[in-house]
Design a protein around this ligand. Structure first.
Ligand code: PGA
Length: 249
């Protein structure tokens, strides 16, 4: 079933006490929409965040994970470790992971498999760079990112996947895709899914938009028929702004 989701990607921001302060602020906000709310603190604070949000409707999700169950992967975190601290959803394929940590479609396919094998939900991110869009290649890039990392999956796996279209040129830049650009790409993403998995799966897929979503532009972006929510970076670090976006539905 298609849902409205607003997820806050905190990235490498907020130490433990800042995490507690922001969660306290978030818990004071009033939600007037029915969107699912998620926050993704840094991994070292997931356990604390999970405990602090236990009696709320905020789901705590991870920003990344490794594909192996355990073993000699210094510095890495596995799906079972995330689950052991209460995390049931993981963001995979964020453009910063792709750009700074060399995450390829091939690696991401393995991470997606590992998450699904562990009954976790995946928020799978992808998006083109500015040069791709200038060259008119954005659909080719996005189509390939989806096919390479997800098209080996069985149809039934898609109930545990949320897609997040994040044009790299709009992330943290203050430049947002226009609502029409977001709608066009989300429609293309649904068509891409439809071509392999059929109408039902493509219509049921929740597709988030990410890239400089703010209280001022959220309503217009979310009003587009194929945009089901947002993955929010900078604006998720302020409780009022984050809830203004959540309540834009
Ligand atoms: P931004 O980040 O909202 O700060 O542009 C979005 C993201 O990277 O998910």
């Amino acid at each position: 079933m298609r849902k409205n989701i607003v997820a806050g990607n905190w990235k490498m921001n907020n130490d433990l006490s800042q995490t507690e302060v922001l969660i306290t602020e978030l818990l004071k906000q009033e939600q007037t929409s029915n969107a699912e709310v998620m926050i993704a603190p840094t991994s070292v604070n997931l356990f604390q965040a999970f405990n602090s949000t236990k009696n709320s409707n905020i789901e705590v999700v991870a920003q990344n994970m490794h594909f192996a169950d355990n073993g000699a992967y210094t510095g890495e975190i596995s799906a079972s470790m995330l689950k052991s601290v209460g995390v049931k959803t993981v963001i995979l394929g964020h453009s910063e992971r792709r750009a700074y940590f060399n995450e390829t479609d091939e690696l991401l396919a393995k991470k997606v498999d590992a998450a699904l094998k562990n009954d976790m939900r995946v928020i799978f991110c992808f998006g083109e760079e500015l040069a791709d869009r200038k060259a008119g290649n954005e659909e080719k890039i996005v189509g390939d990112q989806i096919k390479n990392a997800l098209f080996h999956l069985e149809a039934s796996a898609f109930k545990n996947i949320v897609l997040a279209y994040e044009p790299v040129w709009a992330i943290g830049t203050g430049e947002t895709a226009s609502p029409e650009q977001a709608q066009d790409m989300h429609q293309f993403i649904r068509e891409t899914l439809n071509s392999k998995y059929g109408e039902q799966i493509s219509q049921d897929m929740t597709i988030l938009y990410g890239g400089s979503v703010k209280p001022a532009n959220a309503k217009e972006i979310f009003s587009k028929p194929d945009v089901d929510g947002g993955l929010i970076g900078g604006a998720a670090l302020k409780a009022e702004d984050f809830y203004a976006i959540i309540n834009a539905f």
